[in-house]
Design a protein around this ligand. Structure first.
Ligand code: GTP
Ligand code: MG
Length: 446
């Protein structure tokens, strides 16, 4: 797709709103000489920091600080970029920005600098997305995997797969023109061996991407069970503070309570809910309705039971209503029994004490395993659901290709479809509306 280059000049405050030691106003466009002249009053030397006064239209200083100038194409956006590092107050930065607008720039849209970097081939789409993910990263692990994607590790693996597919397609498509030689060719080329090789490499990229997506999206965990089994106590134990009211009165929790927790850098979105039981109390009934709504949005449900009683009739009623989601039974209050903290051999139940804390590590590590977290995060790529869908689609097309080894046209077509799925990750053929959606979620000035 050929996209016409934008020719206007954009400007934005690039630093976060609020007070700070330094604030940065960034300007990008094809020709910034008028803006530089208007603000600084003299030309700048490329890539050299210069201390200067930033002037208004009467030549009066608005602020003073460092001015930087990056002539195209050697800049973040690939256009000419001008950066003003002034003092980090919202009002003074607004004045500098307004001066840029007065001199012909327009206000940048969210993500517009990154979008231009993408359109000018400075970064591909997966890299651009990882910039936003790095800025949004909430854990060390998430930040590291975003940087790995930003520096092109994820894109590099995708390009490698695309290259292998192109090579295989060329081989196959060349023989399509000479059908009499096809049999001989098939034997020599070991099509299925080559295909399997690509499938294995793709599977590895998929695993690392799923880990990255987990770091980004996290896991939705809902705590359910009869009243008084210790759901709120478990929430508090996981959160590390008294997030929910705990009492010996059944039906204490009425509303769903949400808490964000991290285990080894993986975000867990935990919801404590109203205990499930038959009731005539209208408020409690509303709370129970909310419990079921929370269950629908969860990836995994922890069904809490009192360890002294185990899973009984009440739990059977709950289980019968449970939608098809991952389930872990938590036998709580083992301090009141002879049980010790442990995980069932089949991995479907844990025994712990929310009150005393025993068994919490077993629960946490098992939750990570259930979420698909395999490593300490080493080598993961920050990936989004868009990327996972593309990797899955490529995998499906390769599986289909494997079934068409004797129909070379169909085989070649499946390879082509797999390739185009992979290319969508790096944005080689991406519709403008998707770009709008991706970059529109960036923060201003990035
Ligand atoms: N001995 C012991 N008591 C516990 C444990 N966990 C919770 N409790 C007690 O059990 C009672 C109920 O705990 P909650 O956490 O409020 O139970 P809940 O499941 O949230 O109850 P509802 O909000 O009413 O549905 C409180 O008195 C807690 O102190 C535990 O591991 N051991
Ligand atoms: Mg509760």
């Amino acid at each position: 797709m050929v996209r016409p280059p934008k020719t206007d000049v954009i400007a934005a405050v690039a630093t976060a709103p609020g007070r700070g030691g330094i604030g940065v106003v960034r300007v990008s466009g094809p020709d910034l000489s008028g803006i530089i002249e208007g603000l600084i009053g003299a030309p700048l030397i490329p890539r050299q920091a210069r201390f200067a006064r930033f002037k208004d239209n009467n030549g009066e200083p608005l602020d003073e600080g460092i001015a930087l100038f990056f002539p195209a194409p050697h800049s973040f956006t690939g256009e000419t970029v001008f950066e003003l590092q002034g003092h980090g107050g919202p009002r003074v930065l607004q004045l500098i920005l307004e001066r840029c607008l007065e001199l012909g720039a327009r206000l940048a849209e969210p993500g517009e600098f990154s979008r231009r970097a993408f359109l000018n081939d400075k970064i591909d789409l997966a890299q651009a997305e990882s910039i936003a993910d790095l800025i949004d990263a909430q854990s060390k692990e998430a930040a590291r995997s975003a940087v790995r994607s930003l520096t092109g590790e994820f894109s590099g693996r995708v390009h490698e797969l695309v290259d292998l597919l192109i090579r295989l397609r060329m081989l196959v498509e060349a023989t399509l023109d000479f059908p009499e030689e096809a049999i001989d060719f098939l034997e020599k080329a070991d099509l299925s061996g080559q295909l399997h090789d690509i499938e294995a490499k793709l599977a590895l990229v998929g695993t690392k991407a799923r880990q990255g997506a987990l770091l980004r999206e996290g896991l939705n965990v809902v705590l359910i069970g009869q009243p008084n089994v210790g759901k709120s106590s478990l929430l508090n134990r996981l959160a590390g503070y008294e997030a929910a009211i705990v009492s010996e009165i059944s039906g204490t929790t009425r509303d769903a309570i949400h808490e964000a927790v991290q285990i080894d850098g993986v975000p867990l979105h935990i919801t404590d809910t109203a205990g499930l039981r038959e009731t005539n109390d209208p408020i409690e009934m509303l709370g129970i309705e909310r419990t079921w709504r929370a269950v629908k949005q969860a990836d995994i449900a922890l069904l809490l039971v009192d360890a002294s009683h185990g899973v009984g009739e009440q739990e059977a009623t709950i289980l019968a209503r449970l939608p098809d989601i991952a389930l872990l039974t938590v036998h709580n209050k083992i301090d009141l029994t002879d049980e010790h903290a442990r995980l069932a051999a089949d991995g479907k139940a844990v025994w712990l004490s929310a009150k005393e804390g025993s068994g919490m590590d077993i629960l946490k590590q098992h939750l990570l395993r259930l979420a698909g977290w395999q490593t300490t995060g080493e080598g993961t790529f920050m990936a989004r659901s868009r990327h996972l869908a593309a990797l899955q689609s490529a995998t499906d097309h390769l599986t289909q290709a494997g079934l068409e080894l004797t129909h070379l046209e169909l085989f070649a077509e499946e390879l082509r479809l797999a390739q185009s799925s992979l290319s969508s990750i790096t944005g080689q053929f991406t519709a403008d509306d998707l770009l709008g959606e991706i970059f529109g979620r960036f923060c201003l000035g990035k």
